[in-house]
Design a protein around this ligand. Structure first.
Ligand code: NDP
Length: 247
């Protein structure tokens, strides 16, 4: 992907799981990667991994739910690496409970990170993209935002909201050559799904036509394509990477 050389990507939730795989893939493609999440020590490990392999990366400790902190982090990253070309809104949390048992805090914290955090990223990064007259915004949503899921009303609402946010931002920003797309993973092997028992994982696998749980790299490869010049005519879409779980 030669067009990626020298571009700058801001990846949230880059310390673990899907975000880490995205950051490492960008790093291997000559993209300068700004790695953001709340835990500085985890970020430093990812940055070392990328730089040890010959890439460029920096760690940016950040709570994505904090609007002004997000804006400051993007400005600080731009001072070091130059203006952001690619934003991957990926940081997410779950607080699963049935609605009757779900607290206001369970609801608010999931919406704050998984939806408001994505708005914060778009608001912070788009001024730089507008100046470049180029941008790629990629919002990681979920199959659950399309299908719903018992016990995940907060998470599914946030992920469905991210799809609406994606379409609206795509319409607002198209004239500036900024594409905005959502990627909807199915079940991916990360800490988020790590608590599932082997029995539950085996049962899930039987429902997946490709008969396996996905890997973070399955998602990272699609992110890399959507971020490329070759994907310049794709905007406002929600693209699934789910082994056929939902069609
Ligand atoms: P993980 O739990 O493995 O990683 C979550 C990442 O987000 C970590 O880097 C975490 O770092 C960061 N994070 C959490 N809250 C915040 C916050 N407030 N501010 C900044 N960073 C934060 O999750 P996955 O890699 O599995 O998930 C990544 C994305 O993919 C999420 O949006 C998730 O909803 C989505 N997804 C995942 C699926 C799966 O099966 N795994 C399926 C479908 C969608 P730290 O805790 O240090 O802040």
């Amino acid at each position: 992907m030669p067009d990626s050389d020298g571009r700058v990507a801001f990846v949230t939730g880059a310390s673990r799981g899907i975000g880490k795989a995205i950051a490492r893939l960008f790093g291997s493609q000559g993209v300068k990667v700004v790695c953001a999440s709340r835990t500085a020590a985890d970020l430093e490990r990812v940055v070392k991994d990328i730089t040890d392999s010959g890439g460029e990366a920096m760690a940016t400790p950040l709570d994505t739910a904090d609007t002004s902190a997000f804006s400051a982090a993007v400005i600080q990253a731009a001072e070091r690496f130059g203006p952001i070309h690619i934003l991957v809104n990926n940081a997410g949390i779950v607080r699963d409970k049935l609605i009757l048992r779900m607290s206001e805090t369970d609801w608010d914290s999931v919406l704050d990170v998984n939806l408001k955090g994505y708005f914060n990223g778009i608001k912070a990064a788009t001024p730089f993209m507008m100046k470049n007259r180029f941008g790629r915004i990629i919002n990681i949503t979920s199959v659950v935002g399309i299908t719903g899921n018992a016990g995940q009303s907060n998470y599914a609402a946030a992920k469905a909201g991210a799809i609406g946010l994606t379409k609206s931002a795509a319409k607002e920003l198209a004239s500036r050559n900024i594409t905005v797309n959502a990627i909807a993973p199915g079940y991916i092997e990360t800490d988020m799904t790590g608590q599932l028992s082997e029995d539950v994982k085996n049962e899930l696998t039987t429902q997946i036509p490709l008969k396996r749980i996905g890997s973070p790299d399955d998602v990272a490869q699609l992110v890399s394509f959507i971020a490329s010049d070759e994907a310049g005519y794709i905007t406002g879409q929600t693209i699934s990477v789910n082994g056929g779980l939902y069609m």
